[in-house]
Design a protein around this ligand. Structure first.
Ligand code: IMP
Length: 171
């Protein structure tokens, strides 16, 4: 598989994102809301780079993909599960924004629970596809319209453990 970003490039960008995020919250408490499963590797690196003692971490499981094709249906957690974020400053941590359907549905649902603020940090985006459907406050890299694996991103649960990002090729 063709390497898109190697480990060194990834870690450098993660450190820059952590720095920008800390500057944005200016010492106020905030919660990283990590979207499982894809974002867990990125989020673990990002979380350890954030020096603020007031950062917390929570997880949500959302899925819309089967293989390399979006199912088109986003299954969100029930409102009771989102209610725990009310009155908090929430930073959603996502692996990749493709169509943007997953994130826009989640942002709307969170707003409905009365969060203090909701921002988005996505490690990757396919700009061509989501065309601004979602506002990404903190972005790692824009990538081509190709299926990507590694650094937490999978294809049918495979390749998540690659330490780099690669363009997926069927083997
Ligand atoms: P969206 O709703 O189309 O933006 O898709 C969001 C989710 O689909 C992401 O959080 C990923 O889990 C998955 N996804 C989208 N594109 C890719 C890709 O290129 N590789 C791996 N997973 C992807």
């Amino acid at each position: 598989m063709k390497v898109l970003f190697d480990e060194t490039t990834i870690q450098k960008r993660v450190a820059e994102l952590a720095h920008d995020i800390e500057a944005c919250y200016e010492g106020r408490p905030f919660t990283l809301l990590v979207i499982l499963k894809g974002a867990f590797v990125f989020a673990a690196d990002l979380f350890r780079r954030i020096r603020s003692p007031l950062v917390r971490v929570e997880f949500l499981r959302i899925a819309s993909y089967r293989g390399t094709v979006s199912s088109g249906t986003v299954i969100l957690p029930p409102p009771e599960e989102l209610a725990r974020f009310a009155a908090r400053d929430v930073l959603i941590v996502e692996d990749i924004v493709d169509t943007g359907l997953t994130l826009s549905a989640l942002v709307d649902a969170l707003r409905g629970t009365g969060v203090s603020s909701v921002r988005v940090c996505s490690f990757l985006e396919k700009t061509e596809i989501h065309q601004g459907r979602v506002k990404i406050d903190f972005l790692g890299f824009s990538v081509p319209n190709h299926f990507i694996v590694g650094y937490g991103l999978d294809c049918d649960e495979k390749h998540r453990n690659l330490p780099y990002l690669a363009l997926y090729e069927e083997t």
